[in-house]
Design a protein around this ligand. Sequence first.
Ligand SMILES: Cc1cc2nc3c(=O)[nH]c(=O)nc-3n(C[C@H](O)[C@H](O)[C@H](O)COP(=O)(O)O)c2cc1C
Length: 726
Amino acid sequence: MSRSIHAIVGLGLSVLLMVLAISGAVLATKPVYDQIAPQVEIDGVTVADMLRALATAHPAIISERIVRKDSGQFQLSFTERNRRNTRLIDPKTGEFLPEHKEPAIYTFMRDLHRSFTFGEAGRVLAAIGGFGMLVLTITGTFLLLRRLGGLRQIFAPVHGRGMAGIHALLGRLLVLPLMVTAATALWLSAVSFDLISSGADVAPSYPESHEELAAVAPWDLEGLKQTALHEVKEIVFPIPEDWFDVWAIKTTSAWVFYDQFTGVEISRDPVPVAGRLLGFIMLLHTAQGVWPWAIVLFVSSLAVPYFIVSGAVVWWQGRKQGGKRIRNNAALKAAEILILVGTEGRSTWRFAKALHVALHAAGKKARMVTMNEMPRDLCGVSLIIAMTATYGDGDAPQSADKFLTRLAKTQTHAVSHMSLGFGDKAFSSYCRFAHQANDALVHKFGPPVMPLCEIDKQSEQSFQTWCNQLSAYLTIALDVRYTGQRPKTRTIRLQSTQTFGARLGTTTAILRFDADRLPDHRPGDLVQVFAPALTVPRLYSLGSDAKADGYLEIVVRRVEGGLCSNWLCDLEAGAQIDVAIVRNARFQMPRRKPVVMVGAGTGIAPFTGMIRHNRAGRPVDLYWGGRHPDVDALYVGDISHWLESKRLHTFGPAWSRNHPSQYVQDRLIADRGQLLARLKSGATIMVCGGTAMAAAIRTEIDILAAEIGLSADELKRTNRYLEDVY
Ligand SMILES: Cc1cc2nc3c(=O)[nH]c(=O)nc-3n(C[C@H](O)[C@H](O)[C@H](O)COP(=O)(O)O)c2cc1C
């Protein structure tokens, strides 16, 4: 709902908002421009001081009124030789100051901003724009909170790439000033249409001077001597020779009236609340006199055109990939297989589309719809395949948020089902919605025909494996060709290969590459390797920093029958390969200290780079599991060097084929004391390696953390438990 309103309002009012934002950005420079004008120093100066200086500098004029402008300058209205005039004055010397003329662009932009230069009718348009902006900021906040996983996650990293990612990131930064701008714009519009009082309609009630004495110089009047100039907004002089008239001084909160002969305060008339409120609303909307806020408004206004363009692009892309454009999509009445898709970023849709094409080619009548389009009547469907991503903190993606209620209304039917979850292991609620959807299907239709399969980080490899299982289940040959958008690749050259572990059968190799132009990466990022014989790239964790190291390094275990690992391990020095970098923002060296790194086998890779660049000597412990110290001595020389140079504090190796046999989790248990101390001092745990090891580590850390009232889940939620698991 929020998304539809956000899109409709954003697209529908795009031109209006664009004009308001650009003119608003120009006007937001005005308070900064005013700062350039000569500023007057008024600390310690009273009204009496200013009036004395004025009378000395211009004895012949008849002063009527002094107004303090938004820019802080004092403007005098006076009569001189029967001609009325206004001039800026220096409050200390009373001298006239040169007119600081506002550039014409501000006048034009103000007119454009307030009424699109259409006068009264244009004001309605401006009000509609303000209302639209308010709706956008409110719906945008809902969408953002949903994306982040709730209010508690408001400071968590914003996920997502490209335009959509920047849209969300900027949205989080600027939603508040934009909301304030929109709400205050609406208020000002309401005032201009007389729907809200401006406070100006209530005139101050002027009293009369009590005495009729000889004229007294105003600077000798007690009340004026005691009124500091910085409190003053306006001074109205008594009309000469009108004995009843008074001195009227408007401060931020009241009109104060002084007897013109005695200087005694006669009365005080508070400025109406509506007037004071309007002043505050004006200040929030225009930032007059508060230049830091003007800068915030300027940046927010400038971001609006980006929001509109990126929003339109994301909406268009979504439409292009939307459900209506499926070729050979079987009608519900004819379908035997129903593919239900839960997606937000659309990649799940592409996976489903590839499956749909293959099913069609294999002669199956398949219908593909979003999960929210779950039909009430399944007609002739005999198999449901639910493919869904997870968002927020374990929530349904946008196109599946009504699935559970819709499923409840679906007529019971003899139907088989299976689910495929798309998620990211970096989230504590990995594939949670896929599990919820699967449970609901089980509740409705009984056990699934294939166990729920989880796909981490859109792994094409895992998807292919699942497709093979589906192919076997359906007893048909399925040729699923998923074409994940192939990223831009770079060619890199093998510099050296160091091989370990040959004596124990399986080998592990450290491969170092160079290139004329290395792709930018940091330790913890992932590299996609495009092997010639493979349609899908393989992912490896990076142990190098392109800029600091000048090379790209990965650790590869030769897997029996593994096409990519064997191909990589057999490469000759100088061989060239194509790669692309996948940023892994959730698995970077944390800023918080200390850090406990835990890994096994090739899982050492990202840690090597992080430790190598730990020049500040932050406390880092590395627990790592290998088979035997004689054969799996990966990075042995580097590790002693890091220990000496204090880049690494503790190295805790665990050898599974040594005596005593130990796994890395056993090593953690042995170092319980130190680990607890680390956790107490706010350590971040980083785990890299296979799923089984990661699960074992998580159990141990959970037990350990419980001793200080924490849990692995809680650590994960607060970004103190980071995993890179494969
Ligand atoms: C903002 C955001 C939140 C996410 N939250 C989760 C989550 O809680 N659990 C999970 O397993 N994956 C999570 N993911 C990962 C996505 O489910 C995963 O990338 C999926 O493949 C995206 O599919 P889609 O492109 O079809 O939407 C999240 C991704 C993003 C961008």
